[in-house]
Ligand binder design. Structure first.
Ligand code: FPP
Length: 227
């Protein structure tokens, strides 16, 4: 599926550099993540006012569990804060979705309080018809693709369509522009199937400093009007 309507672009964000943002200010890394969550909330608001139909953000990867326990705990609690922003989402006709390793799958480590926060956010915003905000939590693209391939094979001949149908969210459209902050010109393990053909917007700014002007630059790149 593709977001062919140019007025409904799909923006995907790899929100890198929270730690560097904090250490440049002499703050603990956790403060960088707190600022990162606030920056994402700003970008959600800005996206709702722009021709963005889908915003997908990499909140926590399958590889992030190995970070120090206090940092992991802090990032998890920020997810609870983010998923609790349902009033804001409803006031903007925006709905929340989630992609990631299913909670009942072997190896899932998502605490029950995060599972509940995700389920509540999805259900409290499900009737909204504007922007769709998808948070990738405990997400890894390779794991998603292995699972999709296994399920597709079990069901019959494998095709691109059958793999797409077995992704965590088969309705997630093709990405129009992938943003990565913090001067890292690489993709990591994010939406590898969905970014085929996407424009890529790399910026030196750390994620907490990514603002609506930079979002506009990324959108212009995706719309083919990059100045
Ligand atoms: C990378 O910064 C960021 C992450 C671990 C994922 C993004 C997390 C946030 C934006 C915080 C909260 C987000 C949500 C969705 C609630 P880094 O620590 O790798 O930065 P560094 O490369 O400078 O160390």
């Amino acid at each position: 599926m593709s977001s062919t309507n140019p007025q409904r672009l799909h923006v995907a964000c790899i929100m890198d550099g929270n730690g560097r943002w904090a250490s440049r200010r002499g703050l603990p890394r956790t403060e960088g993540h707190t600022a990162g969550e606030a920056a994402l909330a700003d970008i959600v608001r800005a996206s709702a006012d722009r021709p963005v139909g889908w915003l997908t953000a990499f909140g926590f990867s399958t590889e992030n569990w190995v970070r120090p326990r206090t940092e992991v705990r802090h990032i998890l609690s920020l997810h609870r804060r983010l998923f609790a922003r349902t009033e804001e989402m409803n006031s903007r006709n925006a709905r929340t979705r989630w992609i990631g390793r299913p909670f009942n799958e072997k190896g899932s480590r998502t605490p029950v309080y995060v599972q509940k926060a995700i389920a509540k956010a999805i259900s409290d915003t499900q009737d909204n018809t504007g922007l769709t905000v998808t948070i990738a939590f405990d997400y890894g693209s390779r794991a998603e693709l292995v699972r999709a391939a296994q399920r597709a094979m079990a069901a019959g001949p494998v095709s691109a369509a059958s793999i797409t149908q077995n992704l965590y969210d088969p309705t997630l459209p093709h990405v129009d522009v992938l943003v990565r902050t913090s001067g890292e010109a690489r993709i990591s393990n994010f939406l590898l199937w969905q970014i085929t053909g996407a424009r890529v917007f790399f910026t030196e700014r750390t994620w907490p400093d990514f603002d609506k002007n930079q979002l506009d630059e990324a959108l212009a790149l995706a719309s083919g009007h990059y100045a």
